[in-house]
Write a protein that binds this ligand. Structure first.
Ligand code: PMP
Length: 285
């Protein structure tokens, strides 16, 4: 069956789903987005994702042309129309068609796009054996310039870091903030295990406030672990007992090496493996 893409209330065949070349989403990366997962036909933490989308939009002065409830319904409908139970949903809101100038006041009609698709995960071996990371020289966007909390259509900061990581042979890369502290990875948040508790950079480190990050913090607390959101350095990463990443697409994935330093035993650790289990149970509940 051909994929159906939602644009402003109408479903189009994939080939017919089109946006103007004058849309500022294309011309300037002016817009916001979300990536969501569905498990057994139900979207994981849909409300949280939509709230983050509206917050991103608010931060860039973009008025999403529909309310949160009808948008939630449209996301669910996109999955049903495409007969997808376990999948990935990309929700995009662009600034809309404008002139060639920057001014958003010269644009009209933000475009709401929903693409429901099958999910492509990191290869299974990385979940069993863990990932290797490198720290890249591309600094995470300064929060006072462009807050990483805005999930905007301009992902160049992350893309440049991803390219650097891949050049070093790693599929994910660690980014530091302007102060040299650990921020996050190109598309995932980072956690360390240290002396039986979890450490993760605070939102003020300049990170995306990850939905999976939040879910994992809740699961950790439930299981009796102490979770601290504190500024971290590369040194903290090197001396961690365990390390893992969280993200909508990646879920929870172990990290076993950073900048050629082995983390812990060099194998996915017991706390990471337990949290992976708990996260699976949560998504399939
Ligand atoms: N950081 C960045 C830069 C991201 O793009 C993402 C989402 N892909 C995450 C962290 C993880 O956030 P979430 O758990 O909400 O997917």
């Amino acid at each position: 069956m051909a994929t159906k893409v939602y644009i402003n209330g109408t479903f189009f065949d994939k080939e017919e789903a089109r946006i103007s070349v004058f849309d500022h989403g294309l011309l300037y990366g002016d817009g916001v987005f979300e990536g969501l997962r569905s498990y057994g036909g139900k979207v994981f933490r849909l409300q949280e994702h939509l709230e983050r989308l509206y917050e991103s939009a608010l931060a860039i002065h973009l008025q999403i042309p529909m309310d949160i409830d009808p948008l939630a319904a449209a996301v669910n409908e996109s999955l049903q129309v495409n007969k997808i139970d376990d999948g990935y949903v990309r929700l995009v809101v662009t600034r809309g068609v404008g002139t060639l100038g920057l001014d958003p006041a010269q644009t009209s009609d933000p475009q709401v796009i929903i693409i429901a698709d099958r999910i492509t995960l990191y290869p299974e071996e990385f979940y069993t054996n863990g990932l290797k990371l490198v720290t890249v020289s591309t600094v995470r966007n300064h929060p006072a310039a462009l807050s990483p909390r805005i999930k905007s259509l301009n992902y160049l900061n992350n893309i440049l870091a991803k390219i650097e990581g891949k050049q070093a042979g790693c599929i994910e890369a660690l980014m530091l903030n302007h102060k040299g502290e650990v921020a996050e990875c190109t598309g995932d948040n980072i956690f360390l295990v240290r002396k039986g508790g979890l450490l993760t950079p605070p939102r003020e480190a300049g990170i995306l406030d990850g939905i999976t990050r939040q879910a994992v913090c809740e699961l950790a607390v439930e299981s009796g672990l102490k979770v601290q959101e504190i500024p971290l350095t590369r040194h903290d990463v090197f001396i961690a007992d365990e390390c893992f990443l969280t993200g909508t697409a990646a879920e929870v994935i172990p990290v076993i090496e950073v900048d050629s330093r082995r983390i812990g035993t060099g194998r996915p650790g017991p706390i990471t493996r337990d949290l992976i289990q708990r996260f699976h149970q949560l998504t399939r509940r």
